[in-house]
Design a protein around this ligand. Structure first.
Ligand code: AMP
Ligand code: GLY
Length: 425
C-alpha cells in the first residue's frame, strides 16, 4: 500500500522511520519531508497547506493512506477534504481539530463534561483582559493565545506585570496574528507534567505509554516556552492507576462530549496534563502526535504502526494489540541558538553518523535542509537525538553521548531532560 506523510519535522521523521519497518508499506512519500525522512521515503516539495496539490499528488500516485502530522492542515480541514475523495486519512476532521486549534472551545467541552482543568476566563478585548488582571490582583496566572501558536503562545506569569506584558504581546502587538484574537487567562496549577497520547477510532480508546515533554527552552524548566526541548517515555510520574483515571475522567468524557455534538474523533488525541494535589488536570489537548514525544514513543513501539493506523481509521482498534519495548527511550532536541526567538539557519551540521554509530541511537531530523552535499540547519528545532536503554538513566547517558558527537554553530540543548525521573530513581 502506498502511503504519504504530510509534514517535515522530527515527528514525521519518526513516523516514517517506524512505517518503513512495516512489510505492508509500498511506496512511502513525504510532503514535503526533510533530508532525514528522505533516507527512507521519497520527499516531494509540496507544502502542508497546499491542499490542491496534495490532493492531486494523492490521486496521481495511488496513495491509499495519508497521515497528517502537524496541526495546521488538520485545523484547516485537510482530513475532511481527502476523506471526501475516498482516501483513507489518519488524522481528525476539522471540527474535531478545534480541540487544539481553539483553546476556548476545548475549555467549553471540558466544562460541559466536568473534565478536570484549570479555572479560566477568556477575553477578546485587551482592555478588559488588562482590567481583569489589575482589579482582581491576579499576579500568578497563565496567559494563552487561544489559536495555534506552535507551542509558544503560553506565558506562565508570576507577577501582574508579566501578565500585562503577555496580554500586550498577544493582543496589542499581535505576535501570533489572529491566533491571539482571544486570550485565555487561567489559574496556575502546579505539579509534575505528563503527556498522555491515545489512538482513538471513534469508539475505542487505546492509551499509549505515558511520556513527558520539556517545554521551556532552558535547564531547570526556565525561559520561554518552545514546541518541546526533549521528551522521554515511560515516565514514573504516572502510575497505572492514574493512567486508568485519566482515561476515565478525561478521554472518555471529552470524546463523549464531541460525539454528542456530532463529532466523530479518529486519530491521535493527546492530553497535556498536570498532576496536581487534587488529581490530574488538563493543560491542553493536541489532535495529533506530539513533537518530540513521538520520537521516543516510536523507538519503543513494537507493533506495526501501519496496522494500528488502519485499525484507527476503520474503527477496529479492539482487534490490534499495542506492544512496547519495555526499555525507556529519551530524546534531546538540538536547537538553533536564539530559538524560540530569532535564530540563524544554514549552519553546517556534522556528526550524525558518529552519533548513530553508538548503537541504540536514532537522530531524527526536525529542521534541516540540504545545500548541495552539505546538511544545514533550517529551523529552530534542528535534530531530535533519541536513544533507548535499559533504564532511563542509561537512555539519557546514551542520548547525551550521541549529542556530544553532533555539531553546528550556536547549537543549544537542554542538559537535564528527564531530571524528574532521574531524581525519583
Ligand atoms: P500548553 O501549550 O497549554 O500545554 O502550555 C504549555 C506549558 O505551559 C505547559 O506544558 C505547562 O508547563 C505550562 N502551563 C500551561 N497551563 C498551565 C497552568 N494552568 N498552570 C501551570 N502551568 C501551565
Ligand atoms: N510536545 C508538545 C506538542 O507536540 O505540542
Amino acid at each position: 500500500m502506498n502511503v504519504a506523510i504530510i509534514g517535515s519535522g522530527g515527528r514525521e521523521h519518526a513516523i516514517a522511520w517506524k512505517l518503513k519497518q512495516s512489510p505492508q508499506v509500498g511506496k512511502l512519500y513525504a510532503l514535503p519531508g526533510n533530508p532525514g525522512i528522505a533516507e527512507g521515503a521519497e520527499c516531494v516539495p509540496i507544502g502542508v497547506m497546499d491542499f490542491a496539490r496534495i490532493e492531486q499528488f494523492v490521486r496521481e500516485n495511488e496513495i491509499a493512506l495519508v497521515i497528517i502530522g502537524p496541526e495546521d492542515p488538520l485545523a484547516a480541514g485537510l482530513a475532511d477534504q481527502l476523506s471526501a475523495r475516498g482516501v483513507k486519512v489518519f488524522g481528525p476532521s476539522k471540527s474535531a481539530a478545534r480541540l487544539e486549534a481553539d483553546k476556548w472551545f476545548a475549555k467549553e467541552v471540558m466544562r460541559q463534561q466536568a473534565v478536570p482543568t484549570a479555572e479560566a476566563r477568556s477575553f477578546t478585548d485587551a482592555k478588559a483582559a488588562e482590567e481583569y488582571i489589575r482589579t482582581r490582583g491576579v499576579g500568578r496566572c497563565v496567559v494563552k493565545a487561544t489559536g495555534l501558536a506552535k507551542g509558544k503562545g503560553v506565558t506562565v506569569c508570576y507577577r501582574e506585570s508579566d501578565a500585562l506584558e503577555a496580554i500586550g504581546r498577544i493582543m496589542r502587538d499581535k505576535v501570533f496574528g489572529s491566533a491571539g484574537e482571544r486570550v485565555v487567562i487561567e489559574e496556575m496549577l502546579s505539579g509534575p507534567e505528563c503527556s498522555m497520547l491515545a489512538f482513538v477510532d471513534g469508539s475505542n480508546i487505546y492509551m499509549m505509554e505515558p511520556a513527558q515533554d520539556h517545554k521551556p527552552v532552558d535547564d531547570g524548566d526556565t525561559g520561554p516556552m518552545t514546541g518541546g526541548m526533549g521528551a522521554y517515555t515511560p515516565t514514573p510520574v504516572l502510575d497505572d492507576r492514574t493512567i486508568v483515571q485519566i482515561e476515565r475522567d478525561v478521554f472518555v468524557p471529552v470524546l463523549d462530549g464531541l460525539r454528542r455534538d456530532g463529532i466523530d474523533y479518529r486519530g491521535v488525541l493527546y492530553a497535556g496534563l498536570m498532576l496536581t494535589a487534587a488529581g490530574p488536570k488538563v493543560l491542553e489537548f493536541n489532535v495529533r502526535f506530539g513533537d518530540p514525544e513521538t520520537q521516543p514513543l516510536m523507538m519503543r513501539l513494537q507493533t506495526d504502526l501501519l496496522e494500528v493506523m488502519l485499525a484507527t481509521i476503520d474503527g477496529r482498534l479492539d482487534q490490534v494489540e499495542l506492544r512496547w519495548d519495555r526499555r525507556p527511550a529519551l530524546c534531546v532536541i538540538a536547537a538553533s541558538g536564539g530559538y524560540p526567538g530569532a535564530y540563524q539557519t544554514g549552519q553546517e551540521i556534522t556528526g550524525i553518523a558518529d552519533a548513530e554509530a553508538l548503537g541504540d541511537v536514532k537522530v531524527f531530523h526536525s529542521g534541516t535542509a540540504r545545500r548541495g552535499d552539505t546538511l544545514v540547519t533550517d529551523g529552530g528545532r534542528v535534530l531530535a537525538v533519541t536513544a533507548i536503554g535499559d533504564t532511563i538513566a542509561a537512555a539519557r547517558k546514551r542520548a547525551y553521548a550521541a549529542m556530544d558527537k553532533v555539531h553546528f554553530n550556536n547549537m543549544h540543548y537542554r542538559r537535564d531532560i528527564a531530571h524528574q525521573a532521574i531524581r525519583r530513581a
